[in-house]
Unconditional design. Sequence first.
Lengths: 113, 113
Amino acid sequence: DVKVTQSSRYLVKRTGEKVFLECVQDMDHENMFWYRQDPGLGLRLIYFSYDVKMKEKGDIPEGYSVSREKKERFSLILESASTNQTSMYLCASSPGREGGELFFGEGSRLTVL
Amino acid sequence: QKEVEQDPGPLSVPEGAIVSLNCTYSNSAFQYFMWYRQYSRKGPELLMYTYSSGNKEDGRFTAQVDKSSKYISLFIRDSQPSDSATYLCAPRGRGSTLGRLYFGRGTQLTVWP
């Protein structure tokens, strides 16, 4: 089975802290994605990557950055966390250049106080 | 205009009911139409997908696409309490950038015994 693992299920951080959310997939997928999910707003794409060291902005990249140093790992970074970044963060991966089925992790619920 | 519109519900039905979940979309280039199911505190999982217009059946679930009206439906027959989840429609274009999916907001469904 494809497995997408997010390192932290629940995090509580303070405003201004730097936050790292880690995601690892074990199926050699080319594409990886970070979404945030909020009630009433659904899934919104933050950043995605189609290759090592490559990244593309999604719909809401402001306040976030990403890193993909290895094919299996895609990190989301909040340089200076703010309360409006309190959310559920979902990592996903998909195979191939044209993509396909997205495989999601279990999510990381971040609370910023 | 959002790419995909989906009524968030919530929808509450008795066990055994027929459930109809719907989305509309605006981009006529969409060719693949996916439905994801998300249980509480879990990541979304692919439930079904169809290519172009038509119906696809899988057990109690039927996915239907009408490209002429840009309308996507998911029907659940003989609904069960275990079907209680959020259902997200997600179309994408053929050869679109990385096969990027555009998610609806999701419809929260509760099936009560």
